[in-house]
Write a protein that binds this ligand. Structure first.
Ligand SMILES: Nc1ncnc2c1ncn2[C@@H]1O[C@H](COP(=O)(O)OP(=O)(O)O)[C@@H](O)[C@H]1O
Ligand SMILES: [Mg+2]
Length: 391
């Protein structure tokens, strides 16, 4: 009997087999120890879409609690430009309050909050009347007066807060600065012990540091999440397939790596489609194309189409060349391809450099150390080529 599909191509779903990330797990354990014995060593996990930030935070939660330190996983939703910092603080307090494993004393505290009205409505009501600077101060005071009793009610040596997708706070970026300044207060340092781990996209984190300089110096420990290695991918796939009744041929394993380059979300999605194509428990190259097309289609809905739409018409012509060649190219290479192959009518070749800069800023291509440019990954290259053919 073939078991149901064991792959997890849903963001935030815990993978059946969590692979790699040894350094990040070790660093976190060190942070836990250090935070307990001296002061908290707040961290930031930085990585692109689908690279495994949420999954890593969930591992962190598990490890913390294994060591006896309660942890709250808090997911930050998107804020609009007209939102106020206090809305962000409200969301964080709410998520924190309900994210910890419930104990009697925590329930008691939460009951108290409701009865004194130190809840979200109360905070915003007090603040509405105040001017902007006062507002920030008030938000700090309120946040501090929430953190202290919450910590007491947890009855632990250390409490861990995992704040996921903080790039969503960018429209109200002061929230991160409020967080920093509250966590630096003497009363918080002496009466509580929280370890904060934030997760963000690289652009998001860069923007916070740009706007609020001290934030970068405060959340000093940074974990940059990269794609998984070929070995890790093979271990993840074979362990995930164990006892399912399905087997991937060696060539399939190799293709999965060569197309996904170890990107965890792409890996899970592609393998999930390959799994669904099994015949008598076997997945061979015959099944590749069907599974691959479905994967691209889904990646298109999820991500690639919005990414691709960021490129202007001219930029997309340059992107098309990088997609087709699927290898690093220098500006001069692209210029000569443009000229000799006459890709687009009246193409302003003198502007190629600018188009490349913009494509890089928009996250569609990467620049290598030797100043050559490479498309995001081979899956995206395939997607772009297929889209451009339809034009
Ligand atoms: N270390 C890992 N090993 C195996 N699968 C992983 C790993 N990290 C993430 N995944 C899988 O990749 C997908 C995307 O991960 P997720 O944590 O949601 O990424 P992000 O939060 O960075 O967008 C999920 O389907 C998850 O199951
Ligand atoms: Mg996530």
């Amino acid at each position: 009997m073939i078991k149901s599909n064991p792959f997890t191509p849903q963001s935030g779903w815990e993978p059946k087999i969590f692979g790699g990330r040894e350094t990040q797990l070790l660093d976190f354990k060190k942070s836990l120890e250090q935070s307990v014995t001296s002061h908290p060593n707040h961290m930031v996990v930085v990585g692109e879409w689908g690279i495994g930030k949420t999954s890593l935070l969930k591992q962190y939660k598990k490890i913390s609690q294994e060591h006896g330190y309660p942890a709250a996983y808090c997911s930050i939703s998107q804020f609009a430009d007209r939102s106020r910092p206090i809305d962000g603080i409200n969301l964080i307090t709410q998520e924190m309050a309900f994210g910890f494993p419930r104990t009697k004393s925590l329930s008691h505290f939460l009951g108290d909050i409701e009865s004194v009205g130190l809840n979200m409505g109360f905070i915003s009501a007090t603040l509405k009347k105040n001017k902007k600077t006062r507002k920030k101060l008030q938000a700090q005071v309120q946040f501090a007066s929430f953190l202290i009793p919450l910590f007491k009610s947890l009855k632990a040596k250390l409490a861990v807060i995992l704040l996921d997708d903080i790039q969503n706070l960018l429209p109200i970026s002061q929230v991160i600065d409020i967080l920093r300044s509250v966590l630096s207060k003497d009363e918080i340092l002496s009466q509580t012990k929280y370890l904060f781990v934030l997760a963000s996209t690289p652009e998001g984190w860069a923007a916070f540091i740009d706007k609020h300089d001290p934030v970068g110096r405060f959340f000093r420990r940074r974990e940059l999440i990269s794609p998984l290695t070929k070995e890790q991918v093979e271990v993840i796939i074979s362990k995930t397939l164990k006892n399912t009744g399905v087997n991937f041929e060696k060539q399939i394993m190799e293709r999965v790596f060569s197309y996904t380059q170890g990107h965890p979300y792409e890996l899970q999605l592609l393998c999930s489609h390959l799994y669904d194509c099994q015949i008598e428990g076997k997945v061979s190259l015959k099944q590749w194309e069907g599974a691959f097309i479905n994967t691209l289609r889904e990646l298109g809905h999820d991500y690639f189409s919005s990414l691709f739409k960021r490129a202007s018409e001219r930029e997309s012509d340059v992107l098309g060349i990088l997609a087709e060649k699927n290898k690093p190219l220098k500006i001069a290479d692209i210029r000569s391809i443009m000229i000799t192959e006459k890709r687009a009518k009246n193409f302003p070749v003198a502007n190629i450099k600018n188009f490349l800069y913009r494509l890089k800023d928009k996250g569609l291509i990467k620049r290598q150390a030797d100043n050559s440019y490479h498309i995001l990954d081979p899956m995206f290259a395939e997607y772009v080529q297929r889209e451009k053919k339809q034009d």
